[in-house]
Write a protein that binds this ligand. Structure first.
Ligand SMILES: [Fe+2]
Length: 243
């Protein structure tokens, strides 16, 4: 007699409890856009599996757990969250930044040697603002090397339409409203310089990883990010950037 009652009681409690299963969670881990070994030998399959399946997954899981506690978080797109990050606690900054940064990163890369070249418009902007592609790459690598500890190197479109290179600590990114204004902008390229991104194959040789990484950059994607960033500028800035 007692057993059926307990079963019904447990069932009633389960049904009454707030539920947040995978289908309800506001943020999701997308699959990698290529097999984990696609970027070898530049980035090995094991690094990709751990980086995506554990590190990135942890950012998404933690962010969903925080969204369960902060209802306004669940109503924001991941992009809008970056732009309003100052409203939220540090844990949201770390996990929300980590989610956006890694989504952006996976989709910038392709099989070694298949990434093509910058579009004519992007190449012209790189020439104008850095003096050429090689000079831009050197400056980007230097930004990644100079980042003490963990963080990211970025190529961004500034609000005036000019390209700039910057670096952010931890899982911050140049979209966040809490990043110093002088370092803010729309990322079109970004590289993860946390040790988890390269340590298995490169150990402490971050410079070697940064130099090799260009082989897997998908310039078609970077060029599309550039076009979109310019299109979103105020008309006066877009006109100035075209000069
Ligand atoms: Fe990472």
């Amino acid at each position: 007699m007692i057993r059926p009652f307990l079963t019904l009681l447990v069932l009633a409690l389960v049904l009454a409890a707030p539920r947040l299963d995978a289908g309800d969670a506001p943020f999701a881990l997308a699959p990698l856009p290529y097999p984990p070994d696609a970027l070898e030998p530049v980035i090995d399959a094991k690094t990709m599996e751990i980086h995506h399946g554990r590190h990135h997954k942890a950012y998404v899981d933690n962010l969903n757990a925080q969204a369960a506690q902060i209802p306004e978080l669940a109503g924001l797109s991941l992009l809008d969250l970056q732009r309003q990050m100052s409203r939220f606690p540090t844990a949201v900054r770390n996990n929300g930044g980590g989610h956006w940064n890694h989504d952006f990163f996976w989709n910038l890369m392709t099989r070694p040697g298949t990434g093509g070249e910058p579009s004519a418009a992007l190449a012209a902007a790189i020439e104008r603002d850095f003096g050429g592609l090689d000079a831009m790459k050197q400056a980007f690598q230097q930004a990644g090397l100079a980042r003490f500890g963990s963080g990211w190197a970025w190529l961004i479109v500034r609000p005036d339409g000019r390209l700039a290179i910057t670096s952010t600590p931890n899982q911050d990114n140049p979209l966040m409203d809490l990043v110093p204004e002088a370092e803010r902008g729309t990322p079109i390229l970004g590289n993860d310089v946390w040790e988890h991104a390269y340590y298995l194959a490169y150990q402490n040789r971050r410079g070697d990883y940064l130099a090799a990484w260009w082989q897997v950059v998908d310039w078609g994607k970077v060029s599309a990010h550039y076009d979109r960033a310019i299109a979103e500028l105020a008309p006066s800035a877009a006109a100035a950037a075209a000069k």
